[in-house]
Design a protein around this ligand. Sequence first.
Ligand code: TXE
Length: 498
Amino acid sequence: MSEPRVYHNLIGGEWVASASGKTFESRNPADSREVVGIFQDSSADDINAAVAAARTAYPTWRLMPAPKRGEIMFRAAQLLRDRKEQYSREMTREMGKVLSETGGDLVEALDMLYFCGGEGRRLHGQTTPSELPNKWQLSIRQPVGVCGLITPWNFPMAIPSWKMLPALICGNTLVIKPAEDTPASTYNLVQCLIDAGLPPGVVNIVTGYGPSAGQPLVEHLDVNIISFTGSTATGRRVTELAAPTMKRVSLELGGKNPMIVLDDADLELALEGVTWGAFGTTGQRCTATSRLIVQRGIAQEFTHRVVERAQGLRVGNGLDTDAQVGPIINQRQMERVLNYIEIGQQEGARLLCGGQRLTGGAHAHGWFIAPTVFADVRPQMRIAQEEIFGPVLSILTVDSFEQAITVANDVQYGLSSSIYTRDVNKAYQAMRDLYTGIVYVNAPTIGAEIHLPFGGTKATGNGHREAGQQALDLFSEWKSIYVDYSGGLQRAQIDNAE
Ligand code: TXE
């Protein structure tokens, strides 16, 4: 095995070691003997240097015409496409998910490059008539300044792209602190931007752990926005840490996403959907289908078929083209998922398949868990309420459509939901009444496209949306401009009726 690559922080266009000289390893979750890369274990000193570099680069980048900023993204997209195979393999080595999924993760970044590149020629505001004669008025977007971006490990390139590219097209500069388990894919995306002509200091990368590297970024007085994706607990902490500086904070947190299957549904279609929604990415998606809410008439038959499917899934190293489900990201997360399986059994849910770590053979050195299905789950059980973030599906049985909607909504999260039915009236009622940021009809809870807003209600976030044109609202500040060409003082906000 060749020597692992040593990655440096990117600060002001230079590749530099952490101020302390400390580093950490990122390992392959499918084979923990393999070191994927060595990264800088950074602290407040490194964050301070990176924020200063971003601040220095800001005035010039802000004034670069947005279509020109977009052209850099178009060129980067071409480079990313050319490097797709290599980067997908590297992503599978650091994150674990199967190659077709890491290819999909990369393609999301590609789509985002094209989408945001195109926004460079729009960034629309409004023009509107005035209530006074000979006066003209409009609203325009202006950048906010320096953005601090903190990303998780489950979408190692897509999520950084969702944050970096809208920030950049709006004219901001940034510091990104990628997840400690999967930093390499952030480097790969940024390398494409650099090779496409991104000026130094516009994007800075600082690697390290949450408390030592993430926290100083959140607290920094000269950082204007924090965009964070991760756990609800850390999101809450980030909000508290940012509050004294009054900076804008965008949070994309957990989910407990339900799929409803009514008696009249196309069961074969629903079966395909739940298998992909629950066990794709090993259940490590914020939109993963973690609750299956089935109507009583089909519950027994459908549960039986779901279990059959789950048992047939091939779990293995994502680089193995035969594997359908990869490992869990790390030992801590694996233990967390196994603990939830334990809790489910203690709560009285019926374990129908899986439930254990896979060991031996191809699984000997990785963090693998067998696809797991629980039946007889009641709505208030912890496995029906809390985000598990692993290949664990909880099946709940209901008597009616109305009960299904109530159960679906009765959790602290509100990211994604789905309904399978052939009844068009019920489908429309569900679209109206499911209180989530995303609703799917006859499709699983995963599969968001980048040109629609992404995010959720309740504890899933704090009201912001990523992706779509709505992402621009986070990374820009509105300015309203009034131009009076009457040559006299025209007084607004005064009773001119006379
Ligand atoms: O997340 P953390 P973890 C959920 C999922 C998972 C759980 C734990 O339920 O089981 O979170 O995962 C940085 N100040 N999601 O521990 O801790 C950290 O370095 C600033 C859902 O990996 O939230 C990393 O870059 N930053 C989620 C990022 O926060 C801090 C995807 C996320 O880490 C910090 C991932 C601090 N004090 C996990 N502490 C989704 N919404 O998709 C940590 N970080």
